[in-house]
Ligand binder design. Sequence first.
Ligand code: ADP
Ligand code: MG
Ligand code: MG
Length: 208
Amino acid sequence: PIDAAFVRRWLDTAATVVEREAAALTELDSPIGDADHGTNMRRGFVAARTAVEQEPPDTPGAVLVAVGRQLISTVGGASGPLYGTLLRRAGKQLGDEPAVSAAQFRDALRAGVDGVAQLGGAAPGDKTMLDALFPAVDAMSKALDGGSGTADALAAAAAAADEGAVATTPLRARKGRASYLGERSIGHQDPGATSAALLVTAFADTAR
Ligand code: ADP
Ligand code: MG
Ligand code: MG
């Protein structure tokens, strides 16, 4: 079962990974963006970790909502409201249950990812964070349907997210700043898909 402590451990892992990878994320955002994605994500996750440490919520849904709220108010770039919506929607869907199953968690993530698509208007293949997030949720579903446990299902999600992020390289961006470059966005991995894969991998690492 996934409880508040699990999501708080995820937050710690995610914040640490974002810190470690911030320079690389900003580097990816320089040829096809404004070179701030790592800085944005670091600012958001530092704020989220601090807020959750100061007042630890006691349900998994409430932790996700708290992180989402911090990302919306501190990240600044397009990724803030998008990730914020993802986590808030997912958290709200979990309600105030003290612990949820992997299937409930998967359903909540799916609701969150659908919220990102609604807010940003992007479709699969548009070279955005959704190109990591959609495959992650699909892979998690498939694994759970096939009888996998939480850890294996999250590992499958992480592998699919990574693959999805790498597969953004040959795509032409149709949303966000990178879309201003048209054809010239081709040949670069999307920073948001890359950070999405890091966040999903942090879930898998938390469950191991
Ligand atoms: P900004 O572009 O405002 O500087 P960031 O650099 O923090 O924001 O984030 C850029 C990332 O946000 C992109 O790499 C992309 O994955 C994601 N993104 C941008 N616009 C959208 C959108 N409409 N839908 C989904 N993801 C988007
Ligand atoms: Mg940027
Ligand atoms: Mg920016």
